[in-house]
Design a protein around this ligand. Structure first.
Ligand code: AP5
Length: 182
């Protein structure tokens, strides 16, 4: 069966780290909207230029822009996939639902990686990406609570949520995620 997974969690929860490991283990395509947007920024494309300033402030890039990136990559994909960092709000989740209905690929599970704010802040400050200053991290956490956290309830109602504790060693968390998806 082709897996169709979604990783949800606050900035620094380890979505990207864990998604890479699981995709390697299970031969899935890793679709991270953050990574895709950063590639556009690095390439200096018109899309990247629009996105860069918004990302550096820790705000969400427009739904339309992100949706076009995801749709381009999902349609016609003949392999299991894992979405990381998308959807980010209820309107993106509804648009994704419509798209997946159209291509007959319903979501199988939504893994929510749970980590407390102190640990998130410590991890992100240590990384030091362009949007990892303390002020921007705190704003990203607020944006997460306001716009993305309601998706836990959205997907709970559909019976899709799999919560996983994201504290501890990378390998230990990876085993927890794999076990939760058996
Ligand atoms: P995005 O790239 O999605 O960033 P994020 O959600 O803020 O997530 P991070 O990459 O910070 O954290 P992560 O959970 O992936 O953790 P990671 O594995 O990297 O989005 C960035 C921006 O793009 C957004 O703010 C927005 O502007 C825009 N954007 C993206 N998607 C969008 C969308 N759908 N709609 C609109 N805008 C969108 O780990 C973090 C650090 O911790 C790393 O250094 C890692 O090595 C370390 N680490 C991981 N696990 C552990 C562990 N167990 N122990 C110790 N360290 C660890």
């Amino acid at each position: 069966m082709k897996r169709r997974l979604l990783f949800l969690g606050p900035p620094g929860a380890g979505k990207g780290t864990q998604a890479k490991l699981l995709c390697k283990q299970q031969n899935l395509v890793h679709l991270s909207t953050g990574d895709l947007l950063r590639s556009e920024v690095a390439a200096g494309s018109p899309l990247g230029k629009k996105a860069a300033e918004v990302m550096n402030r820790g705000e969400l890039v427009s739904d339309l822009l992100v949706l076009s990136i995801v749709e381009d990559r999902l349609v016609g994909l003949d392999q299991g996939w894992l979405l990381d960092g998308f959807p980010r709000n209820v309107s993106q989740a509804k648009a994704l639902e419509d798209l997946l209905l159209k291509i007959s690929q319903p979501i199988e599970a939504v893994v929510v990686i749970q980590v407390n704010d102190d640990v998130l802040l410590e991890r992100l400050l240590a990384r030091g990406r362009a949007d990892d200053s303390e002020q921007v991290i705190r704003h990203r956490l607020e944006v997460y609570q306001e716009k993305t956290a309601p998706l836990v309830d959205f997907y709970s109602k559909k019976g899709l949520i799999t919560p996983v504790l994201g504290a501890g060693q990378v390998e230990e968390i990876s085993r927890r995620i794999s076990r939760s998806l058996i």
